[in-house]
Write a protein that binds this ligand. Structure first.
Ligand code: 5RP
Length: 229
């Protein structure tokens, strides 16, 4: 535990963990960078050491734009064989490091970049820590023509799936696909759940990150940064 943070807002807790994540970045590296409001804090912190790193591999158009605006070089994932570290937020994380992600619709690229990394550092405020995954609506990126049949599969197990909208139209991801948000799930076995849903035709990526769980989580709390490993 570091730096007591009794009166900090959720935004300030995100800043705290974004800055704390710098300790996992080594000079000379290319850094894997996730997506979201917490990662934005990390990107801002990373800019303070941009002359010490080679650059980043980014998980979304939004993060790429922010990185470039701050003068950090962005590499294509195909140019990189391995990353020492991938730093990203989460919508939920449990005590095993299993996560739900995709609230920002970037889950597919997040999983791709995370798969290049030897270590996944999750940064989150303490509201994201849960006893069991499933309260946050589970994002699933789908091929549009399969959306309704995938929704019916979730309904058959007692959940409800809705197409994510933006400005009244189906949200289109950076990959040109759609997102279903699934409510009412019980995810007792995240590894088995991820494996099962991944093989449904038309599923691009399910937002359970169990096979690629967090190696370490920096949790912003009222008492400071708590490290879960
Ligand atoms: C984006 C993600 C984000 O990491 C997740 O939604 C957390 O975002 P935030 O830091 O804004 O709470 O998975 O697809």
């Amino acid at each position: 535990m570091t730096t007591p943070a009794a009166a900090l807002s959720q935004d300030e807790l995100k800043t705290l963990v974004g800055q704390a994540a710098l300790q996992y970045v080594q000079a000379g590296e290319i850094v894997g960078v996730g997506t979201g409001s917490t990662v934005n804090k990390f990107i801002d912190a990373l800019a303070t050491m941009k002359d010490q790193i080679r650059g980043a591999v980014s998980s979304s158009v939004a993060s790429t734009e922010r990185l470039k605006a701050l003068g950090i070089a962005v590499f294509d994932a195909n140019e990189v064989e391995s990353l020492a570290v991938y730093i990203d937020g989460a919508d939920e994380i449990d005590g095993n490091g299993y996560m739900v992600k995709g609230g920002g619709a970037a889950l597919t690229r997040e999983k791709i970049v995370a798969a290049l990394a030897q270590r996944f550092v999750c940064i989150a405020d303490e509201s994201k820590l849960v006893a069991a995954l499933g309260a946050f609506p589970l994002p699933v990126e789908v091929i549009p023509m399969a959306a309704q049949q995938i929704a019916r599969r979730f309904e058959a197990r007692g959940a409800s799936a809705t197409l994510r909208l933006k400005d009244g139209q189906p949200l289109v991801t950076d990959n040109g696909q759609h997102i279903l948000d699934v409510r009412g799930l019980s995810i007792a076995d995240p590894l088995a759940f991820e494996s099962e849903v991944n093989q449904w035709p038309g599923v691009v990526t399910v937002g359970v990150f169990a096979h690629q769980k967090a190696s370490v989580c920096l949790l912003g709390t009222a008492q400071g940064v708590r490290t879960l490993a």
